[in-house]
Design a binder for this molecule. Sequence first.
Ligand code: FEO
Length: 399
Amino acid sequence: MKETFKAVKVTDNVWWVGAIDWAVRDFHGYSTGRGTTYNAYLVMADKITLIDTVKAPFKNELLARIASVVEPGKIDYIISNHAEMDHTGCLPGVIEAVKPEKVFASAMGAKALAEHFGVDLQITTVKDGEKLSLGNLNVSFVETRMCHWPDSMVTYLHEDELLFSQDAFGMHLASYERFADEIDETVLDVEAAKYYANILLPLSTFVAKTLDKAVGLGVPFSIIAPDHGPIWRAEPGRIIESYARWAGQERTNKAIVVYDTMWGSTAMMARAIGEGLADGGASVKLMPMGSSHRSDVATEILDAGAMLVGSPTINNTLFPTLADVLTYLKGLKPKGLVGAAFGSFGWSGEAVKDITAYLNDMEVELVGEPVKVKYVPDAATLAECRQLGKMVAKRLGDM
Ligand code: FEO
């Protein structure tokens, strides 16, 4: 190995040995403007144990960080908490390099790994609640199905009160600072919310159950070590509280106006609606899709109360940027929104009908009548848009 990488000490027993991906900008449709980390952890127990691995191209970085603590061939156990490729892409290669005595995963994890790699990795399956002795230290496994995949589980290291939480409580943020208390709180809040909105929002029911299960364990959490982003060691309760709030999908008086435009007409309507919303007391954000990313809209939706959507009609349907963001948002299953549709057209005008169908599918409560305009809005139409904004703001105020 030409490059050298160092492990970072987390506790007297645990080292971070993951990889930092400064370059990644797209994570299955989610824009990762600050990169990410793939976290893996080395537990220096009598039975030396590696918790998770990293994305395939980062195998050498992982092995080099391990080697800064212990010769990788001395690893006895590998625990795979989650089968997604960002944590297991190099697992077969690491098994080959390390030749561990045992590799542990949930039963669904073992199945997912076999289906991904098409080879028998000789996984030892563990059950929900099962405890494993590492000699002088002990871990327990807790299944967290659908947080993020059906196979997901977390591993709790009793002696350090440390939860290896895999995807949960993570964020996509590349940094050399390994601990949340070393990073600007504003960055943490933004990136943790973006991660929840884009990865976990559709699984909020499972997140709520998982939180209940974790609290029900009756064990203290001094440290939460996720598989992405910084480790929570000084106030781990802070991120748990945020998750409880986001899983509850608490709504605010924020209104998001999501739109695109061909010749400026739908943009004019969006601005008039925005003025009406603000007049009515809503906190307003306009998101023109020509310059907004779908995953940033998802982040704004996390606590918004209203979503108003506008599109011109092109070739008898929605503008493609609106089809993209609405398809993405529908999959994220936000609950409890109110909203409205609007748009301009030249001769047929199907876009508003198509938007309305999406909003109905998403169980968005529609306020007022949609506003449609042929070619260019006149003063009366813009007044109608402004009025629609006021009506939505009033509905938000009444909630
Ligand atoms: Fe970070 Fe679901 O993988």
